[in-house]
Design a binder for this molecule. Sequence first.
Ligand code: BGP
Length: 474
Amino acid sequence: MVLKKSFLWGGSIAAHQCEGAWDKDGKGVGIMDLVTQGTYEKPREITKTIEEGKIYPSHEGIDFYHNYKEDIALFAEMGFKALRISVDWSRIYPKGDEEKANALGIQFYQNIVDELLKHKIEPVVTLYHFEMPVHLVTEYGSWTNRKVIDFYLKFCKTMYEALKGKVHYWSTFNEMNHIDPQTEASDIFTYIIAGLKYSEMEDKKQTLATIGYNMTLAGVKAVKLGHDIDAGNKIGCVFGLTPVYPFNCNPVNVMNAFKENEHEFYQIDAMCNGKFPGYKLCEYQEQGISLDITDEDEQAFAEGKIDFIGLNYYSSSVSRYEGSENDEETLFGGIQNPYLEKSRWGWSIDPVGLRYILNYVYRRYGLPVIITENGLGAVDEPDKNGNIEDNYRIEYLQKHIEQIKKAVIEDHVECFGYLTWAPIDLVSATTGEMKKRYGFIYVDKHDNGKGTLERKKKKSFYWYKNVIKSNGSE
Ligand code: BGP
């Protein structure tokens, strides 16, 4: 048994991490344009205005804005069947609340899509990948305000119409599922998702619940809108899922792990089941959190079920247990798994976890799944001949592909594609670093802001090309 011929091999990038040209052709200021470079050890600084002398990684990115043709040609050379991109909202509606869209912004994405189609690469378009116009945060309070749902839908409508008949796969949001009022959040996560810092929120639980609800509602409304505009559209949502394993078989720990896992799922339940989950509403009621739910909202949930699930998978985590306070914590909230190796940034490397989560989401929802992100962030040093022998990346991806094949062939999971993060080096979302590289293509750009931006194929470039050519049996 092999993967279907139609399996979508490819990669995934996001506008604010690669495009640069942050103030070109009428683009407004997006929330990620105010985040300076930082490291995992030292949280990234979020400034209120652009300050001289600081490095804002999104401002130049890898200048995909001007290099997209060259980069897409390289993806085509690897044999890509699909590329996931995102549309930067602040390029289309610079402040978010304008009457008229910015024609130059629309043109840019039409050009990218045309270029992809020229190379027979299927575009998979994310409508919100941490790219909100800052004005919507400062003037309206971001997703705490229902008016922002309408602005978002207007933006979605503009893009659905602009790319009608050319784009068939859409995702309404990227990884909105990392915030849940029942858990502590980090400033960078609440910021990248909604432009607001957790530490500055007055009523934290209420604010997170409102953001989570409004984004979910916006998502289902965007599904209906996209279907109305073109019945051929397949509209999903991308979730970042990190399975949380129990510390051991003590039922108390198993229960804790179950509960921790569930934090990531209430929005997926809402988007797949046609209603906002009752268990969540009960929790909110008990905690004095109030949501303003209308009859019209209920109808929107019923009418806006997603068509597929986008899965971003990097790592698994282990649930905390009594006495675990001193254990090494992961970015994902739990503790390190002693059975697994971890990346330089502390992310456990767990290929089997990918098979596990593929099975889990497919059996829970029965919807087709596409892996929209998976990859290894590593420091790539060119050798004395200038070559990058990234065997560690090849090994990481190979092991994950092995598990996908098992999930599809042995477990009968309907997984229809694998898009690696990211096929070309770009700015890291959580740390803002360039040295955390994921690509098959090296970009000469560094954390001091310098570099020629020259592109160079790594060893993994040739390896992935063979993977695609052999439909995964390399
Ligand atoms: C996901 C985001 C991506 C990407 C990736 C890797 O959560 O959707 O935008 O950046 O994580 O994370 P990082 O760049 O921080 O290594």
